[in-house]
Design a protein around this ligand. Structure first.
Ligand code: FE
Ligand code: CA
Length: 526
């Protein structure tokens, strides 16, 4: 039933319309009610209550997602394999059907549906929806990336992270949903496993998840938020994760309690499986090793930009100099392991893959999406400088190898995009941090959290005093960063609203930064 991307690209608008009319007469284009066969489920509760999403857009493909949520009134359906139809359209009015897929899903995958829509024409929007028996989902909008090598006038995207459900409302997503964006880059802490009783505007259902059913339920609760659903339905998302999708401060096969790795990896497998079931991503956990799931990825936006998403959790070496009673990250002084070149935040294979990709180039702007602040942010103490062991400061040679590659290849227009620290940061990246004699090699922008509580102003000003490379650091507002990228410059608008984000909160511009092409380092914009 499909058509090739070539034939698609050649179709003019009018031809598309004519073709659509022909398709409209095809038997599979009847209204959904007419198509419901005997045995097709008649739902009492909306199975599409978690919404729809799309992600990992490439020039010829995009992932379309939904998950059937089976309520108690439809419990009998939970044990059956269910067929879901996914429909793709060329227009918002859904008059021009392009493709459809029929997908079977069942309880083994939490009734999630992932459709890899392939063979699509590059650089254009699409609309999609799902149908199962008597139920029909909302309509989502997505798009494909421009063709590789194509000149592109602009890329508009949002950078977001850290959306603790209890600690605030998703007004950032509400705004992003209404923006004219090509994509949302979400860099981690999509959900939180834990609670802080001091900061609860709304409540998690259930306790701290460790089992698959519990992680599923946590994801389902997050996805029940209408603002988050609207943002997923409005734009394709490009995603990576951080720690809280599994548990705070985990590193590879180790959690902060030094749980037996075999036991912890079962928990990680449950969390990864639930993550996959709820996200518009191409691949899930490996069948033969369910605690492994590839999330790091790369995408080209024509000749304009190349976006990497890195995984800083799954493959990293354990934290340097941990507290033997409570592992995880902490500030340390005089810990030699943070300088050990054998240690890596990305793991050897991912580091090699990134290095090779940077050497190859392929587009003007290199945007490196990853979970946390990359710039050095230690504090000065009488005993020496602190290194926070959960971030890049705990893996100094790993960062240095990345910056060395950028320097060696003379890569221009590199911007690192991060999250995790719950504060808007702008920074410059040099081989020797904070040394004005060391040239600026890349720019860094870190978005504040969507909702998670931020650090105090006193800590951030101490950080800035000890690190002149940190040009901007504010943790008092919740929000995201809007990025507008052209061949001439990258413009960043740090959106924010005073914390906590309340249902009626409105975002405004906290600061604007610009990175002109060819001049590494963000500059304050008017
Ligand atoms: Fe966070
Ligand atoms: Ca985090």
């Amino acid at each position: 039933m499909g058509i090739t991307s070539d034939s698609m690209a050649r179709l003019s608008r009018r031809a598309l319309h004519r073709q659509a009319l022909a398709w409209a007469l095809a038997p599979w284009c009847l209204a959904p009610q007419a198509r419901a066969q005997t045995g097709a489920p008649r739902w009492r509760q909306d199975p599409f209550a978690l919404g729809v999403a799309s992600g990992q857009p490439q020039a010829s493909s995009v992932v379309l997602w939904t998950r059937l949520l089976i309520g108690p009134d439809d419990a009998a359906l939970a044990q059956q394999a269910l067929t879901v139809r996914c429909e793709l359209f060329a227009d918002e009015a859904l008059r021009q059907p392009l493709r459809q897929w029929s997908v079977s899903t069942d309880a083994s995958r939490g009734h999630s549906v992932h459709v890899l829509a392939e063979g699509l024409p590059p650089g254009r929007p699409f609309w999609y929806r799902f149908v199962c028996g008597s139920a029909q989902s909302r309509v989502g909008r997505t798009r494909t990336a421009p063709a590789p090598g194509q000149a592109v006038a602009r890329l508009r995207m949002a950078l977001a992270s850290c959306q603790h459900f209890e600690q605030g409302h998703y007004v950032a997503h509400r705004e992003m949903a209404t923006e004219d964006l090509d994509l949302v880059l979400f860099v981690g802490d999509y959900l939180y496993e834990s609670s802080n009783k001091a900061y609860q505007l709304r409540r998690h259902r259930g306790g701290i998840p460790t089992l698959l059913e519990e992680y599923r339920d946590r994801h389902a609760q997050y996805k029940s938020d209408p603002d988050l659903q609207a943002c997923h339905a409005a734009h394709p998302w490009v995603m990576t994760w951080d720690d809280h999708e599994v548990v705070n401060d985990y590193a590879n096969d180790r959690d902060v309690r030094f749980t037996d790795p075999a036991v912890f990896l079962r928990r990680r497998a449950a969390a990864y499986q639930a993550y996959f079931e709820h996200m518009p991503v191409r691949v899930g956990p490996l069948a033969q090793a369910p605690h492994q799931m590839r999330i790091h990825d790369q995408l080209l936006w024509g000749r304009l930009a190349q976006i990497w998403t890195l995984d800083t959790r799954q493959y990293r070496d354990h934290h340097a100099c941990p507290d033997p009673l409570r592992g995880g990250g902490r500030p340390v002084v005089g810990c030699d392991a943070v300088q050990d070149p054998a240690r890596s935040l990305l793991g050897e294979a991912q580091e090699a893959w990134l290095t090779q990709g940077l050497r190859q180039g392929g587009a003007q702007w290199s945007l490196i999406g990853q979970s946390t602040l990359m710039a050095s942010a230690g504090l000065d103490t009488p005993l020496g400088r602190t290194h926070y062991t959960d971030g890049w400061d705990g893996y100094v040679p790993s960062r240095d190898r990345l910056l060395a590659t950028i320097e060696e290849v003379r890569l221009k227009d590199v911007v690192v995009l991060g999250g995790d620290v719950h504060a808007h940061f702008a920074a410059v990246l040099r081989r020797r941090a904070n040394d004005p004699a060391s040239p600026v090699l890349a720019s860094e922008l870190v978005c504040t959290s969507v909702s998670s509580r931020g650090p105090g102003a006193a800590l951030l000003s101490r950080m800035q005093a000890a690190n002149p490379d940190l040009l901007h650091a504010r943790g008092d507002e919740r929000g995201y960063i809007r990025l507008d990228i052209t061949p001439q410059a990258l413009h960043a608008d740090m959106r924010g609203t005073p914390a906590p984000a309340l249902p009626g909160s409105v975002l405004r511009s906290q600061a604007r930064w610009v990175v002109p092409s060819g001049q590494a380092g963000p500059q304050r914009a008017a």
